[in-house]
Ligand binder design. Structure first.
Ligand code: T5A
Ligand code: NA
Length: 208
């Protein structure tokens, strides 16, 4: 029996992930596909509140390793809900950032790539990942709110981009360039990638 698809939207800061996940949810609803959004970090959980403090308060220091493990623990807080949605509730799950962000941001600080992936081993792999990509990292630095949070610095974003590119060979990975494109154009490109998955997936879930 088919199960619902797990869909991830990834990308650097301010590339339009939250804007596009909300557009995607509307498309799924119009297509009569049950759906839910899970955003990482989920700042509402106990661990998420600590992450929020870390991201917004530059005086609040954590070691890079402990910050990394908190982001991963925040995903494990939602593990059972994700699995149940896909299998028992036939509900498509759209992820606004996921394991790929977790690895890319921490590896960009100099932590070992495989060490960064290890705490997420066992989390379900998306059936499809959309990566909102920039040819020029400065293209989004003028967008509203850019620079408010800890990682929104162009030089650091270039390092993160380099780490994200290590995932590009994954079979489920789709790059979509966003430089100079309007919200609706990106929305149409995303929908053309996602539409083939919406009636369900026959394969068992893969794990990291
Ligand atoms: N992080 C995250 C880790 O280090 N480890 C982890 O494990 C995880 C999960 C917060 C930080 O945490 C790090 C990565 C981040 O640095 P977050 O909460 O996802 O992660 O960050 P947010 O601030 O919510 O999101 P972003 O800054 O990444 O922005 P989005 O969601 O990509 O962009 P969005 O949709 O909010 O749009 C930004 C602005 O651009 C406009 C929008 O209207 C908005 O004003 N916009 C466009 N403008 C022109 N053209 C377009 N096509 C546009 N699309 C959107
Ligand atoms: Na966002």
């Amino acid at each position: 029996m088919a199960r619902a698809p797990l869909i991830a939207i990834e990308g650097l800061d301010r590339t339009g992930k939250t804007t596009q996940t909300s557009k995607l949810l509307s498309h799924l609803t119009s297509s009569k596909v049950k759906n839910r959004l899970i955003k990482f970090p989920d700042r509402t959980t106990p661990i998420g509140q600590l992450i929020n403090k870390y991201l917004t308060d530059k005086q609040f220091e954590l070691s890079d390793q402990s910050a990394h493990l908190l982001f991963s623990a925040n995903r494990w807080e939602l593990y059972t809900e994700i699995i149940n949605s896909l299998t028992k509730e036939s509900t498509a799950v759209v992820l606004d950032r996921y394991v790929y962000s977790g690895v890319a941001y921490s590896a960009a600080k100099g932590l070992d790539f495989q060490w960064c992936l290890n705490p997420d081993v066992g989390m379900p792999k998306p059936d499809v990942t959309i990566f909102l990509k920039l040819k020029d990292s400065k293209a989004t630095s003028k967008r509203e709110g850019y620079g408010d949070e800890r990682y929104e610095v162009v030089e650091f974003q270039d390092k993160v981009r380099f780490q994200f590119e290590k995932f590009e060979n994954e079979s489920n990975w789709h790059d979509i360039y966003v430089d100079g494109k309007g919200i609706e154009e990106v929305e149409r490109e995303i929908w053309s990638v996602i539409e083939p998955y919406i009636n369900g997936v026959e394969e068992d879930l893969h794990k990291f």
